[in-house]
Design a protein around this ligand. Structure first.
Ligand code: NAD
Length: 491
């Protein structure tokens, strides 16, 4: 396979797009971006710092009044244009995404490129829905409200689905009349830089700025910047807390999309002979094995009713073990690579600890040290309970813990006994069971009889330490990226 079977962003390797132009960071320093399947450097991008964040925030401030004054339909048309350009370049963008993130081209990266285009087009279409209300105060008064942009938004995104999350942040900020400074993850900035290249001549200078750099440098500077009136962060709960502290110091608006340890609950009626195969596949999909388990919404704690354990679990193990693990750019790969050595090492440590404590492997193994690509195989552990570290913490790798249950109340207590509350999955075809369970589980997003991904238009976000606010929907954008201005006129 050729080493470079993708096209790098060209101007975008500067890593900073500020005020309508590409900039190398003032320091001249660079960051290497690596391909985790091949353990080779793809290229270097600029290592922006507080200096570039200052420049970008200043440019966004200069642009913001004219941008907010544009008719919403015009702002929407520009997002639609970007969505169309992304769709037209999807294969090129998907290949670079697979190379940098390790997410397999066939099962993940192509879908993400088209999904990101869909998000941009969705917000392009609904931008005009930024409506206010009129208040019936009687004949002597006219009172109404408008939805006003907050000003300059700072967005920080992780590496696990950088293009999709980048598209969500761009769309929500710009559709609602805000200007944006976006900081991509240092491990996977390239697909976002390609998107920025496609956007460069669409938006007026200063409206959409990108600064690449390290989290503790560019990211922290963005979160703490006094000119940022809203920070939208997607990443770990640990860093989310730092960002929230930073924003609290100046009472800035915050949206947090953080980690998860989501329950996946199996009822006996989902395992009848005719439903068994679909349920087993749903469990595998919910666990996001095809994304190396590196998904915030992974259904990584599986609660299976004892009566169907022996029917279901061998099939789940068989389907997981049959997935092809390999180079993310190889069309044969179902599963690609974990993003970097640090993440790979953490996954090894979690599984090794559970193995040492006596967990049983239904499939998989403790990943071994490697000098090749970071390719852990799907691993399913049982013989443990919900109190084990591997069942409580977000492993962010292809590791599923499976726990049998008999008593529904006890199972619900275990499922909710976590500081996370992002997603939940229920497999049952009994209406009463489904409604009872959707009410009982602490989660921002509950899926029933499927393990799919987010769809533009749904309000998506977590509770507890999984975050606050919601994204992907026009309601979420209005709540999180605008404020209500009330006007009262004496007639
Ligand atoms: P991370 O928190 O380490 O990094 C996320 C981003 O924050 C990166 O751009 C990083 O550079 C930046 N950052 C790091 N330190 C910072 C600091 N001190 N100040 C400001 N910014 C800083 O997360 P990650 O490892 O890149 O991503 C994985 C995590 O993201 C998982 O916990 C996953 O569950 C979560 N995630 C959540 C969602 C969601 O929608 N809820 C979606 C995707 C990923």
């Amino acid at each position: 396979m050729a080493l470079l079977d993708y096209t790098l962003p060209t101007k975008g390797l500067a890593g900073c797009f500020i005020d309508g132009a590409w900039h190398w960071p003032a320091s001249g320093e660079k960051l290497a971006v690596e391909n985790p399947s091949r353990r080779s450097t793809i290229c270097e991008v600029g290592r922006g710092t507080a200096t570039e964040i200052d420049l970008a925030v200043a440019a966004a401030h200069r642009a913001r009044h004219a941008w907010a004054a544009r008719p919403a339909a015009e702002r929407g048309a520009m997002l639609t244009e970007l969505g169309n350009r992304l769709a037209a370049n999807a294969e090129d963008v998907a290949r670079i995404l697979a190379a940098e993130s390790g997410n397999a081209i066939r099962t993940q990266s192509r879908g993400e490129a088209m999904g990101a285009a869909g998000v941009l087009k969705y917000y392009g279409g609904v931008a005009g829905e930024q409506k206010g209300e009129t208040l019936p105060f009687g004949p002597g008064l006219m009172s109404y409200s408008t939805r006003e942009p907050l000003g300059v938004v700072g967005s920080i995104i992780p590496w696990n689905s950088p293009l999709q999350l980048g598209a969500v942040k761009i769309s929500m900020a710009l559709a609602t009349g805000n200007c944006l400074v976006l900081k991509p993850a240092e491990d996977a900035p390239l697909a976002v830089l390609k998107l920025m290249e496609l956007a460069a001549d669409i938006f007026p200078p200063g409206v959409f700025n990108v600064v690449t750099g390290l989290g503790e440098e560019a990211g922290a500077a963005l979160a703490a910047h006094p000119g940022i009136s809203k920070i939208s962060f997607t990443g770990s709960s640990e860093v989310g807390k730092l960002v929230a502290h930073s924003a609290a110091d100046r009472i800035a608006n915050v949206t947090l999309e953080l980690g998860g340890k989501s329950p996946c609950v199996i009822f006996p009626d989902a395992c009848t002979p005719e439903r068994l195969d679909a349920t087993a596949q749903g469990v595998v999909n919910a666990m996001r094995f095809a994304r190396q388990g590196q998904s915030c919404t992974a259904g990584s704690r599986l609660f299976v009713h004892k009566s169907v354990w022996d029917d279901l679990m061998p099939l789940v193990a068989e389907k997981s073990a049959a997935m092809t693990v390999g180079d993310a750019l190889d069309e044969d790969s179902d599963i690609g690579a974990v993003v970097n050595a640090e993440r790979y090492g953490e996954i090894c440590a979690y599984v090794a600890e559970a193995e040492a404590q006596g967990a049983t492997f239904l499939t998989g193994e403790t990943p071994k040290a490697t000098d090749k690509g970071f390719h852990p195989i799907p691993t399913i552990l049982t013989g443990l309970d919900n109190s084990w570290r591997i069942a409580r913490e977000e492993v962010f790798g292809p590791v599923l813990v499976a726990i049998p249950w008999e008593d529904e109340a006890d199972m619900i207590e275990q499922a909710n006994d976590t500081h996370y509350g992002l997603a939940a999955f229920i497999f049952s075809h009994d209406l009463s069971t489904v409604v009872r369970m959707t009410r009982a589980l602490d989660a921002g997003w509950v899926q029933v009889n499927q393990g799919g991904g987010q769809i533009p238009g749904m309000s998506y976000g977590g509770i507890k330490q999984s975050g606050m606010g919601s994204e992907y929907s026009i309601e979420g954008a209005l709540e999180a990226y605008t404020f209500r201005k009330c006007v009262t006129v004496a007639l």
